[in-house]
Design a protein around this ligand. Sequence first.
Ligand SMILES: Nc1nc2c(ncn2[C@@H]2O[C@H](COP(=O)(O)OP(=O)(O)OP(=O)(O)O)[C@@H](O)[C@H]2O)c(=O)[nH]1
Ligand SMILES: [Mg+2]
Length: 369
Amino acid sequence: MSRAVVILPTYNEEGNIRSVIEGVFAQAGKKPSWDLHILVVESTSQDRTDEIVTGLQKNYKKLHILRTKKEGLGKAYIRGFEYALNILNADIIFQMDADLSHEPAKIPAFLSLIESGADFVIGSRYTKGGSIPENWDFHRKLFSVLGNWIIRIGFMNMKITDWTSGFRAIRAPLIRNIIAKVDNFSGYVFQVAILDNALKNGATVKELPIQFKDRKEGKSKIDSIEYIIQTLLYVFLESSFVKFVLVGGTGFLLDSIILYILALKLHFPPWFAKLISAETVIISNFTLNNFWSFSHKQLDLRWKTYFRGLLKFNIVSSGNIFIQTIGISVMTYLFGKSNIILYNALIIILLVIPYSYFFYNKFIWKDSR
Ligand SMILES: Nc1nc2c(ncn2[C@@H]2O[C@H](COP(=O)(O)OP(=O)(O)OP(=O)(O)O)[C@@H](O)[C@H]2O)c(=O)[nH]1
Ligand SMILES: [Mg+2]
């Protein structure tokens, strides 16, 4: 029998915790092949949360409690993961809020998706069939919806609609592989970090629609401003796509500088100056992308592999030149030459960036799995 451990982080949840625990254990019979446990990670609540959980342990043998310092949601989960992996020998770990926002009745559906091959199941509010409460005020809706869109675009991953959901089921070996990488994220940004690292690890991620409910009792612990800043910073520092765009930008600068020096200062023939500047940029972009943007899929340093990668990069870059030449010709033919700089920018943003990013991912830095 496989073991699923539902982690419930708690801070002042005395009004909710009993119903959550009872609701989760009520699901146990629905999936007989799973041994369902609960691990409450209790961080010095000032109310009766601890007392209630301790009392319930008399009725439920599979209810565990881990007491930790109050160091934020991410740290609570890290401690909980370690306990669930090393002490409880979990095969699957659930993340779930202890405030009745997440319906325990969804647990069997998460397990079914795991059984069908998923490594990471997200309870998603934004996929078809999922929802957020209608009565959320405009600001809250905006933050949540917009936040998810920024993350999706920042990571250039449109398949996943809900990056910040706190209701998830994850295979234990996957958590073992990535736990060291997410150890530093103590706050709510932890949720984004763990999903990003799972994807970089090649995990199969599936979404399950959920109807998110407002917390029943008690107060929200989230600091929205801190959360937004940390999330934007995370996307900026960790997204392959953002790094890829920055590398492209430095490439453009380098190209201009070399061209300027060779053609204007050293008086090389323009075609020769351009040949050298273009190939220098190709080599520098390839190297920066390999060791930075796509470092999680880095090509190894054996001469043959590296050279083959560089050759492929040259091929994709030739395609790029082709797209730009055709694009500029068509645009100027249709609309005249006066806005050529604008057309060039449009072609780069709408064609070159998507084209390159697609082929870098599918042809040069393929997933290792
Ligand atoms: N152990 C522990 N749990 C925490 C901490 N911060 C929040 N939690 C718990 O994490 C879960 C989610 O926190 P909430 O405050 O509900 O955050 P939220 O769900 O994003 O916000 P609301 O929708 O307003 O409830 C709840 O079960 C909290 O009790 C913490 O520092 N330590
Ligand atoms: Mg909540």
